[in-house]
Design a protein around this ligand. Structure first.
Ligand code: CAA
Length: 482
């Protein structure tokens, strides 16, 4: 299947990025927008993106001019009549997409493949609106399209097999890895990513931790390229909201109901980077408190030795009545606090990776003890993440349900372990796929963490996936792979 002339309809952030990807690979691109103003915005996206590549020495001016020269912009869909492939990247409203595909079906030559970049809508619904359902696929790129190396190719029950393989070959030509999946809400990546992002918004709304602290916990602690709120702002809160609505409609899983905070921001028009403000955007300068010079401390819990040593080396002293008692734990510490003569001094401390320490305050912890614990964690070179004393604190509460969802997805037969791992690594820039993460954290630890989350929140989908539970019971430390 030869694709040389490609149409892209809709030149917002995604559409413009997709047009750039095709043009960079040497294909001729016809970019279509509704009016001259939208067209100018689309051109601006591509010019800025390729301009940045020149500034960074990744392209020279001649290559940039060639890329821009391969993109023709128009407001007339009729200009797509000769295209070999048309990729749609218009807003996520099914009625709009159906109307567009009917139009493309009329305009394009019969052999043209029509692709949708939908994040979550039914590709089958779009395909069956045309007279060529066999030549309609999902071709799902990730934001920023020029950077993220994954394309999910979504085949429906009626897509011709050579169309799926043709789009897979084209993806390779674009320098992307393709994961072929069936038509289920959210496909692989959004089905795993968006519930995690939504859950972060729920924790923020519940006051478990602050915006920047949650972002820092996931970026520095879990090693993800961006924290959840920075990523939501990149994706667009409206897109995230739409995906959650579609997931909820399909699953009726309470966790897939969009967070009220997300809805509020979308209603207020605070959609993230594209409107200049979303979760981030209006920064209030806050002054770092001067560090307390004299803090006495105690440390409790397993493996306290190294922390005690580090703090003593830094000049801090232990005491019988310390200002703060650091309880090392990966579970809530309130039951330990109530056994102390001064429960207000106890703070839970969960060390995450090498760079983060979650600092959990119970209902009894004093502000002075929290402040002291934060200072002490900074002294030992960790970013403190203040949070409430809740199961999983921040990182495990967000990470473990995501890992559990991946196990359920694989167990349902929707996608292989290799495809799920590759999709999350390449689509979201994660340092490891969920199965790789599960195996490096330890299956038992994740299973037990999920049990603790389930016991506290009674959320059915926090219960460990049966496959995970059975592997732990069988004493296995890795997932069987073919
Ligand atoms: N357009 C083009 N290129 C861009 C870009 C953009 N908007 N943003 C960054 N880049 C390029 C930079 O030019 C740079 O390129 P070189 O390495 O060739 O010089 C590279 O990306 C790295 O950029 P930075 O150094 O500025 O920033 P960074 O290292 O912090 O990386 C990031 C930025 C690539 C966005 C990275 O943070 C990341 O991978 N984040 C995760 C993004 C993610 O998860 N995307 C998927 C979202 S889900 C989705 O899109 C699906 C959906 O349907 C909702």
């Amino acid at each position: 299947m030869a694709f040389e002339r490609v149409g892209v309809v809709g030149l917002g952030t995604m559409g413009a990025g997709i047009a750039e990807v095709f043009a960079r690979a040497g294909l001729r691109v016809i970019g279509v927008e509704a009016d001259a103003e939208a067209l100018a915005r689309g051109r601006g996206h591509v010019e800025r993106s390729t301009g940045r590549a020149v500034d960074r020495g990744k392209l020279n001016e001649r290559e940039r001019a060639e890329i821009l020269g391969r993109i023709t912009l128009t407001t007339s869909r009729d200009d797509l009549s000769d295209a070999d492939l048309v990729v749609e990247a218009i807003p996520e409203i099914l009625d709009y997409k159906v109307a567009l595909f009917k139009d493309l079906d009329r305009i394009c030559k019969p052999e043209t493949v029509l692709a949708t970049n939908t994040s979550s809508l039914s590709v089958t619904a779009v395909a069956t609106a045309t007279g060529r359902p066999g030549r309609v696929v999902g071709m799902h790129f990730f934001n920023p399209a020029p950077v993220m190396r994954l394309v999910e190719v979504v085949g429906t029950v009626v897509t011709a097999p050579d169309v799926v393989s043709g789009i897979a070959d084209l993806s390779a030509r674009l320098g992307k890895t393709c994961v072929a999946v069936g038509d289920r809400a959210g496909f692989v990546v959004n089905r795993l990513l968006l519930p995690y992002l939504n859950h972060a918004a729920v924790l923020l709304d519940l006051g478990v931790a602050g915006r920047d602290d949650i972002d820092a916990a996931m970026a520095l602690g879990a090693g993800l390229p961006m924290g959840p709120f920075a990523l939501l702002d990149l994706i667009g809160l409206d897109t995230a909201y739409e995906v959650m609505c579609v997931l909820f409609d399909e699953t009726r899983d309470r966790r897939h109901a969009p967070s009220p905070l997300l809805r509020e921001l979308v209603t207020a028009g605070l959609l993230g980077r594209k409107t200049g403000r979303g979760f981030h955007g209006e920064e209030t300068a806050h002054r770092e408190r001067d560090r307390a010079e004299f803090i006495t401390f105690g440390v409790e819990g397993d493996d306290a030795g190294p922390i005690v040593e580090q703090l003593l080396r830094a000049g801090f002293k232990t005491s019988d009545e310390p200002d703060v008692v650091l309880r090392l734990a990966d579970r809530p510490v309130i039951e330990h606090a109530v056994r102390l003569p001064t429960p207000s001094a106890m703070v839970g401390v969960h060390l995450v990776g090498d760079r983060v320490a979650e600092v959990a305050s119970t209902a009894l912890t004093s502000p002075a003890a929290v402040a002291a614990a934060r200072d002490l964690m900074k002294v030992i070179g960790r970013t403190p993440v203040p949070c409430k004393d809740r199961a999983g604190f921040v990182v495990d509460a967000l990470l473990y349900p995501y890992l559990n969802d991946a196990v359920r997805m694989h167990d349902s037969g929707y996608a292989s372990i290799a495809d799920i791992d590759a999709a999350m690594r390449l689509g979201c820039g994660y340092p490891a796929g969920p199965f790789e993460m599960l195996e490096s954290i330890g299956l038992r630890r994740v299973r037990d963490g999920l049990r603790a989350l389930y016991a506290e929140y009674r959320e059915p989908s926090f219960a460990p996936a049966p496959l995970l539970d059975h592997l732990v019971t069988a004493g296995l430390s890795a997932f069987p792979r073919p």
